[in-house]
Design a binder for this molecule. Sequence first.
Ligand code: ADP
Length: 258
Amino acid sequence: CKRIVIKIGTSSLMLADGSVNYQTIDRLAYVLTVLRNQGKEIVLVSSGAIGVGLNHLNLPHRPKSIPEQQAVASVGQAELMNLYTRFFSHYNQIVGQILMTLDIVQFPESRRNAVNAFEQLLKMDIIPIVNENDAVSVEELDHLTKFGDNDRLSATVAEIISADLLIMLSDVPGFYDKNPTAHPDAVLFHTIHAVTSKEMALAGGNGSKFGTGGMATKLKAAKQILKNKQQMVLTQATDPTVLFDILAGKEIGTYFVR
Ligand code: ADP
C-alpha cells in the first residue's frame, strides 16, 4: 500500500463535552507524519468543521438556519486547519487544504484540476487535508444534520486519486451485525466482500430517515470502493497508532475487499 486515504469523523475529533480532542489530533499528526516519512502518500479527509466552529464560537448547539450553519462551518474550517497546521508542524510536516464540492465528480475538468492539486501536493511531500466546502455547498449541509457525509467524499477522493487503501477511523471498532452501541451482543464482521441490501439493513436501514446516517454512509462508501476494485478498512480512532498495525497486515476492524 503506497497511496492511502484516511478519513476521521467528527465523533473522534470532539470530546463528549463539545471541546476539541487535542490528543487525537496530536497522535494523528504523529502517525501520519511517520507514515509519510516511510514514503507513503497520505491524504487526510477530516470532518469536524461544524463541531470545532461551535466550540470556537461558544455555541451550545448547531444553529437552525442554514446561513448560520454556513457561518459556523466557515469559522470552524479555518480553526480546524489552524489546529492541524500547528500539530503537524511539531513533527515538521506541512499540510495543505483541499475543499471539495460536488462539481468535482460532476465535471471532468474540475475533477482533473482536483487530481492535479492532489498529485502536486503529494509530489511535494505535503499531506492534503480534505473536507467538503460546507460554507458554500449548502445541499451537503442540509443532509448534514448530525454527521457530514465525508464517508462518501472520502471514497470519491480515493477513487479519483486511485488510492490503494481507504482507512475510516470512527467511534466503533468496525461493522457489526447490529448497532454495537445499542446491542452489547453485536458481532463484528472481520471481512465484507460485497455491500448489498442485506448489509445495508444491518446499519439500521436508511440513515436519512432517522437522521443518523452513521453506519449507512460508511457502507455506501464501502460499496463505491468495492465497485472500483479498491479496499477499505473501518476501525476505531481511539488510538491512531492502529494505522501502523493495519499497514503491517494485522487483522483490525472490518476489512472491505472484493
Ligand atoms: P463518525 O463520526 O466516525 O463518522 P458515526 O457516529 O457517524 O461515526 O457512525 C458510527 C456509528 O454508527 C456508531 O457509533 C454506531 O452507533 C452506528 N451504527 C449503526 N449500525 C451499526 C453497525 N451495524 N455496526 C457498527 N456501528 C453501527
